[in-house]
Design a protein around this ligand. Structure first.
Ligand code: GLN
Length: 283
């Protein structure tokens, strides 16, 4: 079978409702297999695939047809213009999390923030990206999943951020010692029993479900940040959790609470300023 024929057949197989661009994915998977550029495929589309190549291509297509996200098949995903390693066992980076980076970056650039804690580091995209954007920061990060920490370690290595981000196995802020200027998190925040679209079934449920209501871990983190006198916190949340967070914050002493929106205009995260210690300083 030629490359041209293989791509045409793959495109037809991939023409399913959950695959938006079957032809593009057919090409991406073949590129991955042959380790060639897309332009090479087009220029050599009369080239014959060996039996082994055809078989391997079919097995990649089969995984995709079963609903496995293409990022797991390729073992990479793009986030904030960088390619990160991803593998099953960690959440695939979402475009909305880039907005968390923008807010965090702006806060860091204009406030005295040096030591950062990240809870639920997953593949490491948030801390690594901020480490590269702000060379003065150091991070301590936790995750309850040993697999996630392995993936994060690989990404820290790839991004050259190993010496600045320390990884800890454990829950929430428990394993993170010392003082912090900022707490970051994209914790699991989907309510238990929410039916998920098929591709999400491939992602780790421990990275998605945050409890019966979904906002439990966010609330736990807010409480911890306040208790440990971390002056700032930024977290991603579900589009319908603003009310829950606002109500919860009524019981927590803080200075400011601000919500930010995703590209669809939905509430997607919040920033809290707990600390008033600088405001009350007198010479
Ligand atoms: N934004 C993810 C989704 O809707 C959920 C991520 C999370 O729970 N932190 O698929």
């Amino acid at each position: 079978m030629t490359i041209k024929e293989a791509l045409a057949s793959a495109r037809d197989q991939l023409a399913l409702p959950f695959i938006e661009r079957p032809r593009l994915e057919a090409e991406i998977l073949l590129q991955e297999l042959l380790k060639k550029e897309r332009s090479w495929l087009h220029a050599h589309d009369e080239t014959l695939l060996s039996d082994e190549e055809s078989q391997n291509y079919q097995s990649l297509l089969k995984r995709r047809l079963q609903g496995e996200p293409i990022e797991y098949i390729l073992e990479r995903a793009s986030f904030y213009s960088r390619d990160f390693y991803v593998a099953s066992g960690v959440l695939i980076p979402r475009p909305e999390t880039e907005i968390l980076i923008d807010w965090a970056s702006s806060l860091i650039a204009s406030h005295p923030i040096c030591r950062v804690a990240e809870v639920g580091i997953g593949s490491g995209i948030i801390s690594s990206t901020l480490a590269l954007l702000h060379p003065h920061l150091t991070f301590e990060a936790s995750d309850i999943s040993p697999r996630a920490l392995e993936v994060a370690r690989e990404n820290l290595k790839r991004m050259g951020a190993e010496s600045r981000i320390t990884l800890h196995l454990g829950s929430l802020l428990e394993p993170l010692e010392g003082e912090f200027d900022l707490l970051l998190s994209n914790p699991p925040y989907i309510a238990q029993n929410t039916p998920l679209p098929k591709p999400l079934n491939f992602e780790p449920s421990e990275a998605l479900f945050g409890g019966e209501r979904g906002s439990e871990l966010l609330e736990e983190l807010i409480k911890e940040a306040q208790k440990r006198s971390i002056p700032y916190m930024i977290a991603e949340m579900g589009y319908d959790q603003r009310g829950a967070i606002e109500r919860f914050m009524e019981r927590i002493p803080h200075q400011e609470l601000r919500f930010y929106q995703d590209l669809a205009g939905l509430d997607r995260g919040f920033i809290v300023r707990f600390d008033s210690s600088l405001d009350s300083l007198r010479p």
